[in-house]
Each structure stands twice: as C-alpha cells, then as structure tokens.
Design a protein around this ligand. Structure first.
Ligand code: KMH
Ligand code: ZN
Length: 275
C-alpha cells in the first residue's frame, strides 16, 4: 500500500510578514509545488493571496494559478472552497469556475479559534451538487466527528461525488474542532464504516499535533496532509523552512512505515480524478 501526500502550502491564516517562507506569489507557489512534487506530494491544496499577501478568491488569480500549476507540475490541483472565515458563500462557490480537478468541501460549521468557519447545510449541498455537475472531485474536510455523520447524510440524499470515490481529510487540532490525538483519529476511523465501501482518509494535525496525527494516520492505514497552512514550526524552537521540508519528512516516515508516497497518476486513479 502506498501513501497519498497532500501539501497545503499557504492557507488563509498565516501572516507573510511573520513567516517569510510562506509562499504567497504565483512564482513562489509554483516553485513550492515543484519542490514538493519532487519529494513525494501528489496533491496540492491551494489558497491564494493578493498583491498585499492577503487571502483572496479573485477569479482571475485562481484561473492563472490553476493554469500555472498544471503547466509546471503533474500535481492534482485542489482549490480550497473554504477560503478565509470572512469569505462570502457566493465567492466560495465561484472557486469551481476556475476549473480545478478537485476542491475541498467542509462538512459543517466549526468554531475556528476566535472565529467561526460557517458551513450551512444548504451551502454544503450546493457545493456538492455543483461539483457533481462539473466533474470536480471533492475532498470532504472533517473538523469534528459529527461532520462524518453529515457526510453520510449528504451522500444518502444527494449521491456519490464526481468520480464515484469518497475521500475525506480529517483536519485535527483546530481550536474549536476535534483534538489532534490518536484516540480522535481512531474514533473517526470507526465512523468511516458508515460511509461507502472503499472510502479513504487522510489526516492533518494543526500546529504541534502534526506529528502525532501523521504517525497515527500512517498506522491506521490513512493518508497524509502536511504544509504551512497547518504547521509553521518544524520542531520546538525551529520554524519550518519550506513546505518541501514538511513533505520530505512525511515521505520519509511513510517509507519507514513501508508505505511509500504515491505518484500523481496513482493518486488520480485512487481518487477518481480524470487525467
Ligand atoms: N481557512 C479555513 C477557514 C478549506 O480549505 O477548505 C478553511 C479551510 C478549509 O482552510
Ligand atoms: Zn485550506
């Protein structure tokens, strides 16, 4: 068995001024993507920034980003439909207009530090059905155990996603969501039994939960997401130098676990993404 490694290089929350290694321009993002592909990533989860390094869902920039990543790498491009907590629903839905192969789809509302990451049921249904119509493969983002029950309800009422395969990402350790612990990951794994046969999962631990979650996921048969969206500290007192550093560490641990990184074409076959 091999390991799907997703890199989430930028996110919407980390401040470029405080973390200069964060990729925020298109050139920085493309360079990061190439480096991460070289050391084992097969999917890139993308948030973009504007000229002032602030998060944006600008349609022109999104299209340019998808085109540039396609031209320079073989990575599966997964645009974030989550955006920043301040983004309106219409702009989040319009992310699909940029033509990504994949997009994220968060399965419920969650407290997000001092903010609220709002995901109303009707919004989730709209996102899911638009992705079905356009052949965009979702990654269902799970911030809490109940989000898996919401996914079961979504699939029962509205059918399987584009590509027919269900893949979830457990986002663990957000202040307000489930903790980044082995116990929480195992609870989620149990709940996956109520989803369609063959459902796969990856996991990402926010902040200092990155390593416990990574190791728990590997041992539980899960896949991995790493990147500076989720972690900016490599070890105590040691800032992350680059996204590739995090991907290389994940790939090394995956190899140790006898589950080497999968290639982008293997990842497309697994996830039901059309080449
Ligand atoms: N930035 C968070 C509010 C996603 O990309 O789909 C939402 C997020 C999830 O990062
Ligand atoms: Zn994200």
């Amino acid at each position: 068995m091999t390991t799907l490694i997703t890199v989430a290089p930028t996110g919407a929350e980390v401040d470029k001024a405080a973390v200069p290694a964060l990729p925020v321009t298109l050139d920085e993002l493309v360079l990061t993507a190439k480096e991460c592909e070289a050391v084992g990533a097969s999917v890139i989860h993308v948030h973009i920034r504007d000229a002032d390094a602030q998060p944006t869902l600008d349609q022109g920039r999104l299209r340019d980003t998808v085109a540039a990543l396609r031209a320079s790498t073989d990575l599966i491009v997964q645009l974030s439909s989550g955006g920043a907590v301040t983004d309106p629903e219409a702009a989040r839905l319009a992310v699909l207009d940029a033509g990504p192969e994949m997009a994220s789809c968060t399965m419920g509302t969650v407290n997000f530090g001092d903010d609220v990451f709002m995901n109303r049921w009707e919004f989730i249904v709209e996102l899911h059905t638009r992705m079905q119509d356009r052949g965009v493969v979702p990654e269902y983002e799970i911030f809490d155990l109940g989000h898996l029950t919401a996914l079961q309800r979504l699939l029962n009422k509205h059918g399987l996603p584009a590509g027919g395969h269900v893949h979830v990402d457990l986002v663990m350790g957000v202040p307000g969501g489930m903790p980044g612990t082995t116990e929480a990951l195992v609870a989620c794994k149990h709940a996956l039994r109520d989803l369609p046969p063959g459902t796969t999962f990856s996991a990402t631990g926010i902040g200092r939960t990155t390593l416990p979650v990574l190791l728990a996921s590997l041992s539980a048969g899960g896949h991995l997401r790493v990147g500076m969206e989720d972690t900016i500290t490599y070890a105590k007192g040691r800032p992350v130098e680059s996204n590739a550093q995090l991907v290389a560490r994940a790939a090394g641990l995956a190899r140790l676990a006898q589950r080497p990184p999968m290639t982008p074409s293997e990842a497309r076959a697994l996830l039901g993404v059309r080449p």
